[in-house]
Design a protein around this ligand. Sequence first.
Ligand code: G3H
Ligand code: 13P
Ligand code: ZN
Length: 331
Amino acid sequence: MVNYKELGLVNSRNMFKKAIDGGFAVPGYNFNNMEQIQAIIRGCAESDSPVILQVSKGAREYANQTLLRNMARGAVEMARNDLGSKIPIVLHLDHGDSFEIAKSCIDTGFSSVMIDGSSKSFEDNIALTKQVVEYAHEHDVTVEGELGVLAGIEDEVSHELSHYTKPEEVEEFVSRTGVDSLAISIGTSHGAYKFKVKPGDPPPQLRLDILDEVAKRLPGFPIVLHGASSVLPEYVAIINKFGGKMEDAVGVPEDQIRKAASGAVCKVNIDSDGRLVMTAMIRKIFAEKPSEFDPRKYLGPAREELIKMIIRKNTEVLASSGHGLEISNMK
Ligand code: G3H
Ligand code: 13P
Ligand code: ZN
């Protein structure tokens, strides 16, 4: 049994309290390798932003859960000792789909878990989420649940169509499960192809009316937005210029994410944008320097570009910049 407090991690409770009062959202950035976690920590330390390091089921299979947890421990030490930063850092299971996975993460140093029962019936979702909450809260670990279904891929679960969250269900779900935060479906989806739009047409608006209705029913309760990458067109353009093929990639415009983050949304999940940044830089370097074969020479610049993107997201979109130290100092 490894308790997350021994690793220097915190749960998400204080972050969300501040995020509600301060009109910002905490970033949930996914990582699978060293360059990604370095960039997340450096970008968040430089912008003094709280951060949630997210590990998906795919990441656990790719990189090994024990290694990822120790990378998070190393990231905390790097932030404190080398970067002189006190930003609060959460290690979070993204899209956990069983009690066993959530328990295994809680037992090995995760400070927060998501239990995604969104593809189950309302009653089965409640039963599974409640079981995870009871175990997690015994260890002071916070839990994110989900109501409503996002289109696209949630790990291996593929959904053709999204089902918006039904606002009339949220109070019962939260009170019967005891979850600490709730992911909802208001039109976002996972991955780089979020909407089918004709070239030149704007993507559809998020259903902020559903968010407002949920916020009205759960005043002050932390809401989470998955699938919130903007699929940054400047990086898609670099990818396509240097041999990639992502013509139809479309995301959620950043002004819509900003609007959601200034209200009830306290956590915004971003994975695809980071993937695009790294791929764009690596493709460019491979095309411009075909003789290069030292991974540091292409992963290094990809990491630097990711740091820039993270600082900009934290500052201009989520407004989480400048809140790290103040959250760490909370009692
Ligand atoms: O929710 C999906 C995240 O982007 C994680 O993706 O399952 O490919 O690691 P992944
Ligand atoms: P994106 O694919 O939009 O980055 O969403 C990531 C996510 O929701 C991780 O849980
Ligand atoms: Zn997600």
